[in-house]
Structures are given as structure tokens and as C-alpha cells.
Design a protein around this ligand. Structure first.
Ligand SMILES: [Fe+2]
Length: 307
């Protein structure tokens, strides 16, 4: 029997914004103390008590995301401190790529190497985070320190609503969406060979005790098939084409501004980024990514034990 997921109730033309908790503003360290406070907060020390119940409710409900807009006049260290404090109240920061990972153009090309798209200025395509079948972060978060000179709009799409439309329009593709398909192994520390890629198989749609789990990375799936010397099945291409067209039509597009903290449920929300450009005289684009475990049931895993 195919479970029915409720469609999103929030208006889909703009992202949901919530106020920064007042207690967080009151506890903000002065600019000259912010670096030290940040270092402590990264270790879970000196975290002020704040109420994140509204944010947590929004993330676990049908909305699935929220943006908290901190004042742009706060220093980078103050913004990072506030970001860590909020995320600390939602779960545990995952350290796989570093607890805070700066998403910035490093002049790399993900099409000719295993470099993650997060180190390029290219459009990412719509996706959920983590290409590892054994690990799926509950929450993905982005703090905007600098939006860059041009481009780089963020995109969000609701996977539950997408699934409802897939069932109605193409019920024959539901079983394809529930089939585990290989995904390329690109996580640093994990062995990438044909057997590892075959075993790194993930369904696009599944569900567990918490509900829907949507995991989508078209690029890495098609590249896995190429590395395995297998043609992409026609029905899988049809599924991907439907999903991409649906998200092209329904995704919310918006520009993150300095101080914006976007937090999204990585099981029910799909995200992406349009291509961007930096320019002389304009601070280069820099977003700080974090993965949060333990909001539902994802758990930090030491890569050295899994490689
Ligand atoms: Fe991402």
C-alpha cells in the first residue's frame, strides 16, 4: 500500500522567515570576545539557553525549513557564534567535513574530479546532502557571510508535495523511485571502487518511523552508472526528468543575505544553488554549511571506522 503524505501547507512563493530569538541577541558576545566565545561554543561550552521550539516545530512539520535573519552588522565571528548556538539546540554538529564548512569557490571543477560542487561556483542542481548510503544528516544549514557579486540564488523544494504529484501523474514510476540505485562514492575517507559504488545504493523515496526520506543526487547517480559501465535505465531517466521538471516549476528561489541562517530538513526538503560569480571590489561569496545530527535520528559516524 502506498502511504499518503500531506502536501505542504505553506505558501510556496517565498521561504519562511523566523525572528532570531531575543535571548540570543541578549547573550551575543562583544566583537572582541566573539572569536573566543565561538571556540568555546564549538566545544559546547558557554551555550546560552534559548527557546528554539518554534524553529524545531517548523523544521519537523510540513514547512521543513526556516531562515533566521541575524543583523548584518554583526561580525563574522558573532554570526558564526550565533549560528553554532542555534544549531547546538537542535542537535549535534557533524564533523565529517569539519563542523563548519565554508562553501566558497576554490577554482575547482566537479565535472573533472571528485571535488564537491560546494567548492565550485557552478549551479549545484537540486539535491539532498550526503552521497553516502550509510549516512543522511537530519538537518542541513547554511549561514550567509557574503552573497557574492551576482547570481547564486538558493532554491528549495518540498519533496512531500513532489511525491504526491508523482503518484498522481506517473504512478508507474513510484516503484522506480523506491528502488535503491547506485550513487558515486565521493566522501573523503571512503573507498571508491566498483563494489563500493554498487553497495552505495540509495532509493529516491523511502520512509521510516519518522516519515518520508527523500534522497536525490541525479548527477552522482548517473556518474555511478557510468563508472559501473551500465546504461541509465530509461525509467530512471524518466523519473529524474519528472523530478527535475517538477522542482523547476515549484521550487522557491531566493537570495540569501549576510546574516541569514537557512536551516532545512534534509529528509523532506530538496535544495540547490544557481551559479554565481565573484568580482573584484566585492567580497567573495561565502556560506557556512553545517550538518546537524540527532534532530531526528541521524548519528555522527567516525569515518575511520567506515573506510
Ligand atoms: Fe547541498
Amino acid at each position: 500500500m502506498i502511504p499518503i503524505f500531506p502536501s505542504s501547507a505553506h505558501p510556496a512563493d517565498r521561504p519562511v522567515r523566523l525572528p532570531v530569538p531575543h535571548a540570543l541577541r541578549k547573550a551575543l558576545p562583544s566583537s572582541d570576545r566573539a572569536e573566543a566565545a565561538l571556540a568555546q561554543a564549538m566545544d559546547g561550552v558557554g551555550i546560552p539557553a534559548i527557546d528554539v521550539s518554534r524553529l524545531a516545530e517548523t523544521l519537523s512539520g510540513s514547512t521543513g525549513h526556516a531562515i533566521l535573519a541575524a543583523p548584518s552588522c554583526w561580525t563574522d565571528a558573532q554570526l558564526r557564534w550565533a549560528y553554532v548556538v542555534i544549531l547546538h539546540h537542535l542537535g549535534d554538529l557533524n564533523g565529517r567535513y569539519g563542523k563548519l564548512f565554508d562553501v566558497a569557490d576554490r577554482g575547482l571543477d566537479h565535472t573533472t574530479s571528485n571535488a564537491p560542487v560546494s567548492k565550485t561556483k557552478a549551479a549545484t542542481g537540486m539535491h539532498t546532502d550526503s552521497s553516502d548510503a550509510g549516512y543522511n544528516p537530519d538537518l542541513v544549514a547554511l549561514l550567509c557571510l557574503q552573497p557574492g557579486a551576482s547570481g547564486g540564488r538558493s532554491l528549495l523544494a518540498d519533496a512531500q508535495a513532489l511525491f504526491d504529484r508523482l503518484r498522481l501523474a506517473h504512478p508507474e514510476l513510484v516503484s522506480v523511485a523506491r528502488t535503491p540505485w547506485p550513487r558515486d562514492v565521493v566522501t573523503p575517507g571512503l573507498t571508491s571502487c566498483s563494489q563500493a559504488i554498487e553497495e552505495n545504493a540509495i532509493p529516491v523515496f523511502s520512509e521510516d518511523a519518522h516519515g518520508l526520506v527523500f534522497r536525490y543526487m541525479r548527477y552522482w547517480t548517473e556518474r555511478a552508472m557510468a563508472k559501473l559501465d551500465r546504461a541509465v535505465p530509461e525509467e530512471l531517466t524518466r523519473l529524474f526528468d519528472f523530478i527535475d521538471a517538477d522542482m523547476e516549476k515549484h521550487a522557491v528561489r531566493f537570495q540569501l543575505r549576510r546574516g541569514d541562517m537557512l536551516v532545512a530538513n534534509n529528509r523532506t526538503m530538496v535544495h540547490g544553488r544557481e551559479a554565481f560569480e565573484n568580482a573584484a571590489g566585492c567580497a567573495p561569496r561565502c556560506l557556512v554549511r553545517a550538518w546537524v545530527d540527532g534532530f531526528l535520528d541521524s548519528q555522527s559516524q567516525a569515518l575511520s571506522l567506515r573506510a
